[in-house]
Ligand binder design. Structure first.
Ligand code: AMP
Ligand code: MG
Length: 408
């Protein structure tokens, strides 16, 4: 195991990848396995518990991709032919009478005996209503073969897939009225700090409004987790013990604030007493200190309290951890490289995640990157990743992670 960043090792910082790898290992060891069966309309945002295997061919029978005429090219003489039947979508056709064609519409089953559909724009109707085919045709044209999309027995969606409108549509196309989904991971959110006041109340001297609470509660809900809002935890050891002890039946305790080493870190004390405490110092900016451990075997992650630090460490570490516990394999956000539209003259010793925007295809960054400034993230539409030890000139390529990837 990578010793970097273990408590007691001052000066060495744990790389972001190492922290994520350790968190995912822990998540793998405590994956949620209970599942529930839900109606299809209610699975949006949930995670599939079992492979979805097709019990149908799709399409179930060859059907027409066009409004036109079905015929047997193999038997066709080249002369105009009469129409022997009309087949709309939703109808069952008769076998095609030899020497005739069938009027057919998009999505209608191709009649047995026909091997070709010609679009209606390419035919002439004779005075006696026979159909003259005037363009060259090939066997199979404009026919969607049976099983073109899916065949019986194929795995259509794997266990661990996050379900959204498209997956719901796929399941519907196979006739599934409901799906087995993993039960939601339950997360208790705690904000720590005597300075915190909830919005709506009067601010006293030295107090600030609690913004992390609503950020995390809303975000967790959006990600499909169950949220237990634990409110504000005062900077006080007995209260911390008591409030942690009261959190029953949760899969993660997620706190913000009070993780800076040296300050009155009551969460840390409580974990040391009744669980396990690891204080990681991460090579990440914003968001260096991270508490990882458990309280009476309930996993705990303590994020730094500064709002931009909370955001970055939640997005890049906590979200993947929680999704993995929920059973999702692919948990890392998509990123792509864009040219820097700014200069970065001083190399840092931590990986920086700058709140940035794409403007004319280039990454620009908010003027104030302080970890206390949530406005930077509201302005941004992504995070610009600057590696440890790296400087940048205008136009150099940098990874960009869209905010939509992080939020959803
Ligand atoms: P801490 O990690 O407790 O040292 O907090 C770091 C900074 O973040 C301090 O300026 C806190 O006042 C601020 N902070 C902590 N928790 C919150 C919160 N829930 N909402 C807004 N700011 C916070
Ligand atoms: Mg604090």
């Amino acid at each position: 195991m990578n010793p970097v960043g273990k408590p007691g090792k001052t000066g060495s910082l744990m790389p972001v990848e190492a922290a994520l790898a350790r968190l995912l290992e822990m998540a793998d060891a405590s994956r949620i396995i209970e599942s529930e069966h839900l109606p299809l309309a209610e699975v949006e945002g949930r995670v599939l518990a079992q492979d979805l295997v097709s019990t149908l061919d799709l399409p179930p029978w060859p059907n027409s991709a066009m409004d036109g005429y079905a015929l047997s090219l193999a038997d066709w003489s080249g002369e105009p032919v009469p129409v022997s039947q009309k087949i709309f979508a939703g109808q069952a056709p008769e076998p095609l009478k030899p020497g005739t064609c069938a009027r057919i519409f998009t999505g209608a089953p191709v009649p047995p005996g026909a091997d070709c559909v010609e679009m209606q724009e390419n035919v002439l109707i004779e005075a006696d209503e026979r159909v003259r085919f005037i363009e060259p045709m090939t066997a199979g044209q404009n026919i969607r073969p049976q099983g073109q999309e899916t065949t019986v027995g194929e795995v259509i969606l794997s266990a661990g897939t996050r379900l959204g409108p498209i997956e719901q549509g796929l399941a519907a196309s196979l006739g599934c009225a409901g799906l087995d989904v993993v039960r939601k991971v339950r997360v208790a959110v705690l904000s720590t700090g005597d300075e915190l006041v909830e919005p709506g109340a009067e601010l006293g001297p030295g107090q600030i409004y609690n913004s992390n609470r609503v950020v995390l509660c809303s975000w967790l809900q959006r990600l499909g987790f169950e949220v237990l809002d634990g409110g504000i935890l005062p900077d006080d050891l007995p209260a911390t013990r008591e409030r942690l002890g009261a959190l029953q039946d949760v899969d993660l305790i997620l706190s913000t604030g009070g993780v800076s080493v040296g300050e009155a870190d009551f969460l840390g004390v409580a974990l040391r007493e009744q669980g396990e405490l690891m204080l990681w110092k991460l090579a990440i900016k914003p968001g260096k200190p991270l508490t990882v451990g458990h309280f009476r075997n309930v996993p705990v992650i303590g994020l730094p309290g500064n709002p931009a630090s909370t955001l970055v460490t939640f997005a890049l570490l906590t979200k993947p951890y929680l999704l993995r516990r929920q059973g999702v394999q692919d948990v890392e956000p998509l990123k792509f490289s864009v040219p820097a539209g700014f200069v970065w003259p001083h190399a840092g010793n931590r990986r920086e995640f700058l709140r940035g925007r794409l403007e004319q295809g280039k990454a620009t960054i908010y003027r104030n990157q302080s970890s206390g400034v949530l406005r930077s993230a509201a302005w941004a539409d992504g995070l610009v990743e600057v590696q440890e030890g790296r400087t940048l000139v205008q136009g150099e390529m940098v990874p960009f992670i869209p905010m939509s990837e992080l939020l959803g």
